[in-house]
Design a protein around this ligand. Structure first.
Ligand SMILES: Nc1ncnc2c1ncn2[C@@H]1O[C@H](COP(=O)(O)OP(=O)(O)O)[C@@H](O)[C@H]1O
Ligand SMILES: [Mg+2]
Length: 335
């Protein structure tokens, strides 16, 4: 069991504040995803949690105890990095047993701990193999296995899938999800810049931007009720369309946001008009790119194969109520 509480955390490198006033409560067993663009402070926050970086001010509590000055090895936290180095000359078993041997744990107990971890990670059949005899995904699981043998209370992942190809990423997403289910008391914090990973894996997502928390919430809360234009644009793919200036004038707002999946094309008299410049037909659905005289085209998602042609003039509107209004501070307006 491990509840984590972060209070007013700041991290500075010299005079540069990389993390600013971070406040976060994480409940034991939760799967939390930190998401945000490159350089926003995700890795730094993770490193502050595990103790690889000192916290400049504020506190980190694990189960009610302040651990700012507790050594990384004493925090009950395991970290899995993007690049994992297995010992190439050691079997899967020995890779997973290594840290336990160093800790002078008796052999019989090591065997039991490694076998339990191998079972959770579907590696039981591969314990005698060398890393070079494994696929990329299996190697990544061994790297995770080396951490779970020690029964950490908190598991930290820093972009563990970003070196894998697309198909393997989907498979590993599922496997990390099922690992989370098989370890219901282990708190997991997972860092990614990929909003699809965040949406599919998280109990709650923490959106970071320039060292501050923009919003915390369940995936669908962020999708349905983004509290800023930044979150509105970051969560969802393809991203939300934004209309400003005269294109927003009917709505009494600075910006109108509509997701591609929430727009319908009408014969005439829609809210906006434009000319189709490009279509992407994906099979299950199509993306229609429409020039409305602004810098970026509007993207409309249609189910199935789009019937519209490039060059066609169309009119379109948001579905009932499925649009977001933002004021001059980029904050949402209720409607
Ligand atoms: N050791 C360091 N010294 C100075 N600046 C650093 C150091 N580590 C990270 N930074 C800066 O802190 C910011 C956040 O970095 P990081 O946490 O790695 O971002 P992310 O993981 O979200 O891509 C970046 O601007 C980065 O340049
Ligand atoms: Mg990083």
């Amino acid at each position: 069991m491990a509840d984590l509480k972060i209070n007013n955390l700041y991290k500075k490198y010299g005079t540069v504040e990389v993390l600013k006033n971070i406040n976060l409560d994480i409940k034991s067993g939760e799967f939390i995803v930190f998401v945000g663009p490159s350089g926003c402070g995700k890795s730094t926050l993770l490193r502050c949690i595990c103790g690889l970086e000192e916290i400049s001010s504020g506190t980190l509590e694990i189960d009610g105890r302040i651990v700012n000055d507790v050594a990384p090895s004493k925090r009950g936290i395991a970290m899995v990095f993007q690049t994992y180095a297995l010992y190439p000359h050691m079997s899967v078993y020995d890779n997973m047993a290594y840290s336990l041997k160093l800790a002078k744990i008796p052999h019989a107990q090591i065997k039991q701990m490694v076998e339990e971890a191998a079972e959770k990670l579907h590696l039981s059949a591969y314990l005698d193999r060398l890393p070079k005899e494994l696929s990329g995904g299996q190697r990544q699981r061994v790297a995770i296995g080396r951490s779970i043998v020690r029964n950490p209370k908190v598991f930290l992942f820093d972009e563990p899938l970003s070196n894998l190809d697309a198909a393997l990423r989907v498979q590993m997403r599922r496997e990390i999800g099922s690992l989370n289910e098989s370890l219901p008391n282990t708190t997991m914090i997972y860092v990614t810049h990929d909003q699809v990973e965040a949406m599919t894996m998280a109990d709650r997502i923490v959106v970071l931007r320039d060292g501050i928390i923009e919003q915390v919430g369940a995936p669908m809360e962020l999708y349905d009720n983004p509290q800023s234009i930044f979150v509105a644009g970051f969560i969802g793919s393809p991203k939300m369309n934004f209309f400003v200036g005269k294109l927003a004038s009917k709505f009494n707002a600075k910006t109108v946001g509509v997701r591609p999946e929430h727009i319908k094309i009408v014969k005439s008299g829609g809210v906006w008009n434009g000319k189709i410049i490009y279509t992407e037909i994906l099979g299950s659905d199509s993306y229609i790119y429409v020039d409305v005289g602004e810098e970026n085209p509007v993207i409309i998602r249609e189910e199935g194969k789009a019937r519209q042609k490039i060059g066609e003039e169309i009119s379109f509107s948001p579905n009932n109520n499925q649009y977001h209004l933002f004021d001059e501070n980029d904050k949402p307006i209720k409607h």
